[in-house]
Design a protein around this ligand. Structure first.
Ligand code: HEM
Length: 537
């Protein structure tokens, strides 16, 4: 019986392989035939592709267990060693155009929004799974769709500088709770993995400030079940996405089952948040201040006069709990790793915090005076962008750069990490953590894109920058952080050894990245030391 099953499995592999090979060869021949008659030049193909899998095995060489990091590192390598500004590479039978050039990135992101849209469902390697797990909230909905337009118009105001200023005291309260929990559960001299704590901070901040809901993350040192389920969902997307959807129930039945269960669990939590708010509102318990959830439930779109449907509300609550949490935790973890890897930068930052805020309560006006902190955050997002690349889709056949023929419906990856490590844009020391470089700003508007730009840029930019500043100030007012020994990675993480590192990010200490994470972040264990404020004076 076991023997029969293995013969069957081999047979399935062979048939699938032959089918995929045939389709790939036919599609490529058709592409080349059609393209001969059209204006413009073919976008150069990246050498080294294999039948069926294309460049998939090349990509996997850069970091097998974290596709985000692999994509970023691969892009940096292609830009620096092969010199491509634009190229076509194939992943598991799907063609994608990759852009490493700032002018081309500008054309795609700043030009006519109807030339390049955003449509995750068409993406290879699991784009369809994003719809199953996250629905069509602001982050994932296609641009020319009311599911994006309506929530975008309803929700953009609270994310303005004025909107964020109003909620800064609430962020400060969350940071105070973080510090209190660290003192209680880790204590001065104790060692802790920083990911757990920056995740608690980011999750509680978006939940409390945006949705008026605390998940009680600071009350114990455990990971909240919602975060566990979210991580489970995200980590299933890469392995499932490697298979065409019709083959998943055959080859990854158990993983698919778990993916569906964890996706349902995170959505159930969101429905619960909404139900509780409705009940509180009906009982007259609602607060006078309107938060994001109030706006989703009650506001009407100024252009269409439509409200958000129930599905839109659930999708967007989930979007904020995902996009507002994982990304910010990644950025804060990376910043702490860079600062501890370069102690002179950490000392300069602590000195600035002591001089500007001291032991006083942090106020909004302090934030503008914390210049070095701002540079440290920017430099971190340059060298470890939580989103190392973003994808747009060409809506029609067109020329790009006045020269290259971009096919219709082609996914286009803008390699943010390659732009951030470009020596032409940032100088010979582009790979070095040097916050001081920000004194002179950036040379090209599209040299730095951690939040993307254009109509689909990050709505939470101000939110996260203020949250990160508040957290850093509170942490360094209370602790000095020293890298603790880390000879191997914790479960669920990969160790990035700094010695002889051939690929970014380059630090002086070992760090860890989560396997299969939604956003790229660096983490490690730290020892928390007591701050002696007189030292910096
Ligand atoms: C360091 C932290 C963050 C980074 C690096 C980041 C990065 C990005 C990037 C690159 C995009 C564009 C994605 C694309 O075009 O495919 C984006 C979109 C988005 N981000 Fe962020 N983000 C961060 C924090 C946040 C926070 C705190 C929130 C919510 C409070 C948020 C909510 C969103 C939403 C809703 C979108 C979709 C916007 C739209 O398409 O209209 N992000 N983010």
């Amino acid at each position: 019986m076991v023997g029969d099953q293995s013969v069957l499995t081999q047979h399935k592999f062979a048939v699938t392989g032959a089918l995929l090979l045939g389709v790939t060869v036919l599609l490529d021949a058709a592409r080349r035939f059609r393209s001969k008659r059209k204006p413009g030049e073919l976008i150069p193909s990246l050498p080294g592709g294999w039948p069926i899998m294309g460049h998939f095995s090349t990509l996997m060489r850069y970091c097998r267990q974290n596709t985000n990091l692999a994509l970023g590192r691969w892009a940096v390598d292609v830009a620096q060693h092969q010199g491509f500004g634009i190229y076509l590479a194939t992943l598991a039978g799907h063609d994608l155009v990759w852009v490493n050039d700032a002018d081309l990135a500008e054309e795609i992101m700043q030009g006519d929004p109807h030339r390049y849209t955003k449509d995750f469902s068409a993406l290879p390697l699991g784009g369809d799974l994003l719809g199953i797990s996250f629905g069509a909230g602001l982050f994932f909905a296609p641009t020319d769709d009311l599911k994006w337009e309506i929530p975008h118009r309803i929700l953009k105001n609270p994310f303005s500088v004025r909107g964020i200023r109003a909620i800064m005291p609430m962020m400060r309260d969350q940071a105070d709770k973080l510090v209190a929990a660290l003192k209680r559960d880790v204590g001065h001299g104790g060692v802790t993995h920083i990911d757990a704590w920056v995740t608690k901070m980011a999750f509680e901040t978006i939940a409390v400030c945006g949705l008026g809901t605390s998940f009680g993350c600071f009350e114990d040192d455990q990971t909240h079940p919602f975060i566990k389920a979210l991580n489970q969902t995200i980590s299933a997307i890469d392995p499932l996405g490697a298979w065409p959807s019709m083959l998943r129930p055959i080859f990854c039945r158990e993983l698919l089952k778990n993916f569906k269960a964890s996706s349902k669990s995170v959505r159930d939590t969101c429905c619960d948040v909404i139900r509780k708010r409705r009940a509180a509102g009906a009982a007259g318990l609602g607060e006078s201040r309107k938060d994001l959830l109030d706006m989703m439930l009650n506001d009407v779109d100024s252009k269409t006069g439509q409200s958000m449907t129930e599905d839109m509300i659930v999708d967007n609550v989930l979007t904020f709990l995902f996009a507002g949490q994982d990304s910010t935790a990644a950025a804060m973890g990376s910043c702490l790793c860079f600062l501890c890897s370069f102690p002179e930068c950490k000392e300069r930052l602590i000195k600035e915090i002591d001089e500007v805020v001291g032991t006083n309560q942090l106020e909004w006006d302090h934030l503008g005076k914390l210049q070095y902190l701002d540079w440290c955050l920017k430099e971190t997002l340059r060298l470890a962008p939580p989103a190392p690349g973003i994808v747009r889709q060409s809506t029609e056949e067109q020329l790009i750069g006045g020269k290259w023929r971009m096919p219709a419906q082609m996914p286009v990856v803008i390699n943010i990490m390659a732009l951030h490590y470009s020596k032409e844009l940032w100088g010979e020391d582009a790979a070095e953590f040097r916050p001081e470089r920000w004194e002179h700003g950036q040379t090209h508007k599209f040299a730095y894109l951690p939040f993307a730009t254009g109509p689909r840029q990050c709505i939470g930019r101000e939110f996260t920058l203020v949250e990160q500043k508040v957290t850093m100030v509170k942490l360094f007012q209370n602790f000095d952080l020293r890298p603790a020994d880390t000879s191997k990675a914790e479960e669920g993480y990969i160790l990035l050894e700094h010695k002889n590192a051939a690929h970014p990010p380059f630090l002086n200490v070992d760090t860890q990245v989560k396997k299969d994470s939604g956003f790229l972040g660096l983490f490690r264990p730290f020892q928390l030391l007591e701050r002696r404020h007189d030292l910096a004076q």
